[in-house]
Design a protein around this ligand. Sequence first.
Ligand code: DGL
Length: 269
Amino acid sequence: MAIGIFDSGLGGLTVLDAAQKRLPDVEFVYLADSANAPYGVRTADDIYDLTCKAVQRLFDAGCDLVILACNTASAAALRRMQEAWVPDDKRVLGVFVPLIEALTERQWGDNSPPREVAVKHVALFATPATVSSRAFQRELAFRAIGVDVEAQACGGVVDAIEDGDMILAEALVRSHVDALQRKMPDPQAAILGCTHYPLMQEAFQAALGESVKVFSQGHLVGESLADYLERHSDKMGSGGSAYLTTGDPKRVSDRATQFLRRQIVFEAA
Ligand code: DGL
């Protein structure tokens, strides 16, 4: 029984960690495409090719359901994969929708027409590829009207986190928040639209101020995965838990252990 969780690197561990806490009896296979991270500065075609290759690796490991715990892949590749590539007996899901449902106060799968919601001014922090895809704004427009979204492409933050340089990551977060606030001085809510950013959640919250509600994906994806599995128990797959990386397993294990504060051992994908 294994569910696949994919990210370009370490960010998806924030989703994995929440999913493991919510579903302690489920086995997960995590794949970090560390050799090719970051994805956020790549073209959509490149992200599509790399994501298909990584997801195929998770299918080969026995996963029938794969979560793209990567907003960049969800934004730039997921729709095309679902339309043209995913086999009928497999499912690939993204991480955008649970977040947007939380922001727009919707229950899972509520497909009623868009309506006015409490929050009017939203700051979106994401990778350059996610921002330029406008996928977040598109999904939001299906569910809410009258919400003003200001997006900030946070160049450099993912590289700094992958390198373990948290001082640089923190400085970059402050400067990206500052740039956002020059465009939108008083956001009511902020979306951490990259799974790496919850690792810097305190820095985002401190720079934004306590009055801004910060949304991140971990537990929201955990909840919606639990809900999905209740309705699709056939998608549990086969095989046991594993942590796979296309990068250097020792280096990736050290960083992952530092981030999750428990021993994580990666092996070569
Ligand atoms: N953690 C990923 C995301 O959610 C990808 C970051 C990257 O590789 O640039 O967007």
